[in-house]
Design a protein around this ligand. Structure first.
Ligand code: FES
Length: 114
C-alpha cells in the first residue's frame, strides 16, 4: 500500500504518514524525496529503509516482515530493517536506512544520514 506523503517541513524532519497508518507486521510505503521508503513498526518501535531491493531493485513493499527482517518477494533475500544490512543472499548491498520519529501522531523522516 502506498500513502502519499503529507510532506510538511518541520526543521529537518518531514511528515510522511500518520502513526496509526502503520500496521505492526506490515511495511508501509511512502514517498520521501522522490523515492519509495518503507516504514516498519516492530515491537512498538519505528524503522525506515529505502523501498527497493538492492539485488535487482524490486519493490520490498509487498515483502514479508519477519521480526526485524524484510524478505524480498522476488528471490527471498533479506534485510535488517533496523540498519538496512543485507542478511540473506542473494542480497549483499545494504538498503539505505533513515532516521525516523513520531511526533504528535505523525511519522517523520530526516534527510540527515545515519
Ligand atoms: S530482487 Fe530482491 S532478492 Fe532478488
Amino acid at each position: 500500500m502506498t500513502v502519499s506523503a503529507l510532506e510538511t517541513m518541520v526543521g529537518e524532519w518531514i511528515t510522511v504518514a500518520s502513526s496509526d497508518a502503520i500496521d505492526p507486521g506490515y511495511p508501509l510505503a511512502v514517498e520521501f524525496g522522490g523515492e519509495e521508503v518503507l516504514l516498519y513498526r516492530v515491537d512498538g518501535l519505528l524503522y525506515a529503509t529505502h523501498g527497493a531491493c538492492t539485488h535487482t531493485y524490486a519493490s520490498l513493499a509487498g515483502g514479508y516482515l519477519d521480526g526485524y527482517e524484510i524478505e524480498c518477494p522476488i528471490h527471498q533475500g533479506r534485510f535488517d530493517v533496523r540498519t538496512g544490512r543485507a542478511t540473506r543472499e542473494p542480497c549483499e548491498e545494504p538498503l539505505r536506512a533513515y532516521r525516523v520519529r513520531e511526533v504528535d501522531g505523525a511519522v517523520q523522516l530526516s534527510n540527515t544520514p545515519f
